[in-house]
Design a binder for this molecule. Structure first.
Ligand SMILES: Cc1cc2nc3c(=O)[nH]c(=O)nc-3n(C[C@H](O)[C@H](O)[C@H](O)COP(=O)(O)OP(=O)(O)OC[C@H]3O[C@@H](n4cnc5c(N)ncnc54)[C@H](O)[C@@H]3O)c2cc1C
Length: 420
């Protein structure tokens, strides 16, 4: 069976866990997270100052929920908001694909939060939120240019998926799978946080957290490259794969980057591309192991194709991350093999890119207060599910920082204390 379970091997790390039959017996319940200001903060009238470091989806979601709870939040990003994986991801969301694993409750809560955020922020219009049907397919590339071979061969295959397809199977319904445009989602949420809840955005590189040098010390500020000091009662480090380069974190646990590639193509016949996400077992013509690329049509008519991952050193500057030409070529072949609408001449290539998944040694995100550093929190290691899990991570961390405990999701499983 294709896509059986998330495995730790690099070739399949990008592969997401496959939902099993129990999926259909569960229904999506909506969580409406109110994020009311804490009574303590209302009483004292003094806002807790929180510096959130990192302007990816995890930092932005955390900043949003903290500010909504009444904190005075400064978001610090070294390059530009959503410049890394949070801007270049697929944006696929699944309710129950993580069931029976460590992130099951996080994923379920987050899927439902995405739904309520979409209502609040007009997600369909502002960032392409929409429910999807999701299929798994086996594709065998031929030596010659692909010809349409499967149009109409299966009732579940949409007509634009006209390549050499075998064994199509429905693995997600519009009740259990959805998508967002990740960059637009992150930016829309930040705009709301800035305009409605007063979040301040600072462009600068966080160099260190001050106040925690002495064992048991409490955070009092962060220092940026160039010496600017931002005073804070609490600090959240949401540095994605750069967590592994931040000594305060790397001295406790390892976070490494898995480089993955993607292309975005715009077919001439955009209107014929239906909302079907495709998870492939793709057999290249040259032989070798099956690849596991993913294909996500977007409401704009564009189609996003990703895959081809390997562990690599994360460059300091996110803007310097470029795709490896061979991997990009493979993704172009995948696109034209799956659909004649996505090949050269029929579609324009709008983006060729790469970015890094933030990965941990036990494949579980790290979310919680850093041992020995009171008031300093970390949120990283979301691997291939950071867009899905951003909202619940942010909402739970906001509760932890402001109220001292998280109720929306039990964060104990994610605590960095597991590494000490
Ligand atoms: C090809 C690909 C496809 C994906 N598809 C999906 C998907 O369909 N669904 C899904 O749920 N997930 C998906 N993911 C995973 C998801 O993109 C990541 O898990 C998520 O974006 C991680 O978010 P982050 O905020 O932790 O990290 P990032 O997005 O990497 O953000 C970290 C930010 O911190 C900043 N930063 C770093 N160091 C500093 C510093 N010292 N000071 C200030 N700022 C700093 C960086 O500039 C960066 O902006 C995909 C990932 C890839 C690579």
């Amino acid at each position: 069976m294709a896509m059986i379970l998330h495995s730790l091997s690099l070739s399949s790390l990008f592969r997401r866990p496959n939902p099993n039959s129990s999926r259909t017996s569960k229904t999506a319940t909506s969580i409406h997270y109110s994020a009311s200001p804490s009574p303590h903060m209302e009483n004292t009238q003094s806002k807790k100052r929180v510096a959130v470091c990192g302007g990816g989806v995890i930092g932005v979601c955390t900043a949003y929920f903290l500010a909504k709870k009444g904190a005075a939040v400064t978001l610090i990003e070294k390059s530009s908001v959503a410049c890394a994986a949070s801007g270049k991801a697929g944006g696929f969301l699944a309710l129950d694909w993580c069931d029976n694993g460590a992130i099951s409750s996080l994923a379920r809560a987050s899927f439902n939060l995405h739904r309520s955020l979409s209502d609040e922020l007009n997600g369909p219009e502002n960032y392409g939120y929409r429910p999807l049907t999701t299929l798994s397919l086996t594709v065998t590339e031929s030596q010659t240019t692909s010809t349409s071979t499967n149009a109409g061969s299966s009732s579940i295959l949409p007509s634009w998926v006209d390549g050499p397809i075998k064994s199509p199977r429905t693995i997600g319904s519009p009740e259990t799978t959805a998508q967002v445009h990740p960059k637009l989602f992150t930016k829309t949420l930040l705009n709301k946080a800035v305009n409605d809840y007063g979040v301040e955005v600072v462009i600068g590189k966080v160099e260190r957290v001050v106040g925690v040098e002495v064992e048991g010390g409490r955070v009092d500020s962060v220092v940026l490259e160039g010496g600017r000091v931002i005073e804070s009662d609490s600090v959240v480090l949401a540095l994605g794969p750069w967590s592994g380069k931040f000594e305060m974190l790397s001295s406790i646990f390892r976070v490494y980057g898995l480089k993955a590639h993607s292309i975005v193509v715009e077919p001439k016949e955009g209107a014929s591309i239906t909302p079907h996400a495709l998870f492939l077992s793709y057999f290249p013509a040259r032989g070798g192991k099956a690849l596991d690329p993913e294909v996500y049509p977007r409401p704009t008519g564009e189609v996003y194709v990703c895959g081809m991952s390997s562990e690599q050193e994360v460059p300091d500057n996110p803007e310097e991350i470029a795709g490896d030409p061979d991997s990009i070529q493979v993704l172009k072949r995948v696109a034209r093999t799956v659909s004649s609408h996505l090949g050269e001449g029929e579609a324009q290539v709008k983006a060729e890119q790469a970015c890094f998944l933030p990965c941990t040694d036990d494949s579980i995100p790290i979310i919680g207060e850093i041992p020995g550093a009171k008031g300093c929190y970390v949120a990283t290691g979301h691997s291939c599910w950071g867009i899905l899990n951003g909202p619940a991570t942010g909402a739970a961390l906001a509760e932890l920082v402001i109220d001292g405990h998280a109720s929306i999701v039990d964060l104990s499983r994610f605590s960095p204390t597991r590494f000490v």
